[in-house]
Write a protein that binds this ligand. Sequence first.
Ligand SMILES: [Fe+2]
Ligand SMILES: [Fe+2]
Length: 202
Amino acid sequence: MAPAGTRYAAPFAEAASLRAAMRSELPAGLADHIDRVVALAESLARRHGLDLARTLLAAQAHDLLRAVPTAELLRRAAAASLDIDAVERAAPVLLHGPLGAHELAARGWLADPLVLDAVRWHTTGHPAYSPEAWAVFVADKVDPHKIDRWPALAAVAELALGSLELAALAYLELNAARARREGWAPHPLAERTRLALRQRLA
Ligand SMILES: [Fe+2]
Ligand SMILES: [Fe+2]
C-alpha cells in the first residue's frame, strides 16, 4: 500500500497511470469493478460529449478506499477532521467517497475540483454535479455485477443512454424506495440530490 503521505511531482493527468499507482492497495474484485466502471464511464462520456480525461480519472479514482475496513474509515475521517453525518456513523462505508477525495488530494494524486467532487459524492450524488460527475455516478450504479444483484438497475442503464440526470434520478428513487421498504435512512445528501433533480427535471 502506498503510504498516505506519498506525493507525486504532479497530479495524475490520465486514468491509466492512476490505475497503476492504485493497483497495489486494491483487492482484485474491487480493481475489476473499477475497470468496469471506467469502461462504462468512457462510453457514457463519449455518448454525451463530455470531457473524457476528467471522467476517466474520476471513474478510476472513485473507489480508492472502498475496501478500507469501517473502523479504519472512521479513524481516518476523524484524523482528517471530516464532518461525519449520523447516517455515516451508522454506515461508515458511506465515508469512502468523501475520505477518498480527501486522500487523493492530500497525496497530491488529484487536484482538479471537478474530479475530486465526482469522487467525493459518488455514492449520494450532489445537486450541483457536473455532467462528468453524473457519468461516473451512473456508471458506478450500472456495473453489470450490481444489475445482477439488483435487476431494477437495468432501467437506470437504459435511461443513461438518453439523459444522465434522468438516470441518476431513477437510481435515487429506487434507493429511496428500497430504504422505505427496508426501514433504513438514505443519506441526507442523497435525499437533497433526489429532490433537486426531481424539481429540475419535472
Ligand atoms: Fe463507491
Ligand atoms: Fe464503485
